[in-house]
Design a protein around this ligand. Structure first.
Ligand SMILES: *Cc1c(COP(=O)(O)O)cnc(C)c1O
Length: 229
């Protein structure tokens, strides 16, 4: 099945107000171009060097989302190309994004990534860490970042009840943050959850952004060289 067909079928299942991020990590530019030519404009990458390389070879109206663990020393290189950094998980990282954004006078949109899975290996904030972050003096001084919502990854499991519980937790976190800290902020509206194996559940739980790779592009072929960052 072609990439266009895959995208078309997905769009039939996804409400029009939900944004589909095509996760193009490990995919070459020719493949991304195929998706772009079928009208897909949002793409997600999890390595700074890959995102930068691809962005410079592909049309400028593509919106690039950064999804991976982000090292502070790579923020500067990422910023000129990125639309939304979905993986903010520390004050230190947000501080750096703010600092580098200020240098060019931009305001960078970010999501707080929350740890909702059982696996310890997955990155992200917990509730208390997020509260401490938004209460901090440093955060209050930041003028060049805007938190527009939250992101999370569910456990990699066949147990869909577990996945549902985890997405539900993220939904609660989203509304609690909105109520307590972003009440007067209409731009705090994004709930990024759902991957190829669990997106129908994410939709049920209120996702506003889905991040889908395999179901659009097929299984990823990992190449050792590009898999490290
Ligand atoms: C790879 C990745 C996805 C997409 O995963 P698929 O299972 O291929 O749909 C979504 N979100 C993040 C953060 C990822 O790293």
């Amino acid at each position: 099945m072609s990439i266009c067909e895959n995208l078309r079928k997905l769009k039939e299942q996804i409400p029009s107000k939900v944004r589909l991020i095509a996760v193009s990590k490990t995919q070459p530019v020719e493949i991304i171009k195929q998706a772009y030519e079928c009208g897909q404009l949002d793409f997600g990458e999890n390595k700074v060097q890959d995102l930068v390389a691809k962005a410079s070879q592909l049309p400028a109206d593509i919106r690039w989302h950064y999804l991976g663990h982000l090292q502070t020393n790579k923020v500067k290189a990422l910023l000129p190309h990125v639309t939304l950094i979905q993986s903010v998980e520390s004050l230190k990282l947000l501080f750096e994004i703010n600092k580098e954004s200020a240098k060019t006078g931009r305001v960078t949109d970010c999501l707080f990534q929350f740890h909702i899975a059982k696996e310890e290996t997955k990155f992200g904030l917990n509730w208390l860490e997020a509260v401490a972050l938004v209460h901090s003096m440093e955060y209050h001084r930041m003028k060049n970042v805007r938190i527009v919502g939250v992101m999370g990854m569910a456990s990699l499991t066949e147990d869909m009840e577990q996945v549902k519980k985890e997405f539900h937790t993220l939904t609660r976190v989203f509304y609690d943050l909105k109520d307590q800290f972003f009440n007067n902020d209409p731009s705090f509206k994004e709930l990024s959850m759902g991957m190829s194996g669990d997106y129908p559940i994410a939709l049920e739980e209120g996702a506003t952004m889905l991040r889908l790779g395999t179901i659009i592009f097929g299984e990823r072929k990992y190449i050792k060289e590009t898999d490290k960052d």
